[in-house]
Write a protein that binds this ligand. Structure first.
Ligand SMILES: [Fe+2]
Ligand SMILES: [Fe+2]
Length: 249
C-alpha cells in the first residue's frame, strides 16, 4: 500500500474546488484508487455541517415515516429501472451479470418498502411527487454515463454508500416492521458496494479513466447534497421540521 498519513489536517477542497480526498484519489497509485475515492467521500461527508450531513435531523413521526418510505421506495424502483437501462450498454460479461442481480435486488427492496407503505394505507406512489432535485439526481444523472465505469462510479460508489449510511442512521428510529425491512435490504446494498469496487478495480486502469470516475463520484456527491437539502425543505413545508435534532442523533 502507498503510505498515506490520514491524520494530516487537510483542506476540504483544493484550488479547483475538488473535494480534497477525491483529488487525492486521482493522484493515487492505481492499486489505491478505489480506496482513496471512498476515503475522500467519507472526508467530504464528515466535513458537512450537521444539518446537511443526514436526512434525519429530527425525531421521525408517522407522517415523516410515510414520506421517507415513499422517497426510499421510489429510489429503489428507479434504481431497478435505470440499471435495467444500463444493461444493453454493458459489454463486460462480469459487470452484466452482477448488474442483472442488482436489478432483482432493487426491485425486491421496492417491494419490501411498498409493503410497509401498504400496512399504512398507501398502496401506490401514483399521488406522490418527487422533488425537482431528486429528479435531476436519480432520473437524470444516474441513467447517464458514457460507459459502465462512469455509471457504476456514480451509483455504486457515491449512491450506494450514501444510501447504506442513511439506512444505518435512520434504523434506530424506525418502527419494528420497517426496521426489519431495512435489515433485509442492507446486506444487498453492501453487495452493490462490493460490485462497484470490483468493477472499478478491474476496469479503471488509466489516468484518463480515473479522472472520469472521480468526476462522476464528485458530481454525484453534489447532487446527493442537493437532494438532502430538498428533503429537509419538503419536511419543513409539511410542518415536520420544527424539532431540532437531539445531540445524540
Ligand atoms: Fe436498494
Ligand atoms: Fe443498491
Amino acid at each position: 500500500m502507498r503510505p498515506t498519513d490520514r491524520s494530516d489536517p487537510a483542506p476540504t477542497t483544493g484550488p479547483d474546488g475538488i473535494p480534497d480526498g477525491l483529488a487525492r484519489a486521482v493522484a493515487a497509485a492505481p492499486e489505491d484508487f478505489y480506496d482513496d475515492l471512498v476515503t475522500g467521500l467519507a472526508r467530504a461527508r464528515a466535513d458537512l455541517p450537521a444539518d446537511e450531513a443526514t436526512f434525519f435531523n429530527r425525531p421521525m413521526g408517522e407522517r415523516e415515516l410515510v414520506e421517507w418510505l415513499c422517497f426510499q421506495a421510489w429510489y429503489e424502483q428507479q434504481a431497478a429501472i435505470f440499471i435495467g437501462g444500463w444493461l444493453a450498454r454493458t459489454p463486460e460479461d462480469d459487470a452484466f451479470t452482477l448488474l442483472a442481480r442488482q436489478i432483482r435486488d432493487e426491485a425486491r427492496h421496492y417491494q419490501l418498502l411498498m409493503r410497509a407503505l401498504d400496512r399504512r394505507g398507501i398502496s401506490s406512489l401514483d399521488r406522490w411527487r418527487p422533488e425537482p432535485e431528486w429528479q435531476e439526481w436519480v432520473v437524470g444523472w444516474y441513467p447517464s454515463g458514457d460507459d459502465t465505469l462512469e455509471r457504476v462510479a456514480a451509483h455504486n460508489i457515491t449512491g450506494e454508500i450514501g444510501a447504506r449510511d442513511a439506512m444505518l442512521a435512520v434504523s434506530p428510529r424506525l418502527p419494528v416492521d420497517v426496521a426489519g425491512a431495512v435489515a433485509r435490504i442492507l446486506p444487498d446494498e453492501e453487495f452493490h458496494l462490493r460490485l462497484g469496487a470490483t468493477i472499478v478495480r478491474r476496469y479503471c486502469v488509466t489516468d484518463e479513466a480515473r479522472q472520469r470516475v472521480a468526476a462522476r463520484v464528485r458530481h454525484t456527491f453534489e447532487l446527493e447534497q442537493a437532494g438532502r437539502a430538498a428533503y429537509n425543505r419538503r419536511m419543513a413545508r409539511l410542518g415536520l421540521a420544527d424539532d431540532p435534532a437531539p445531540a445524540s442523533v
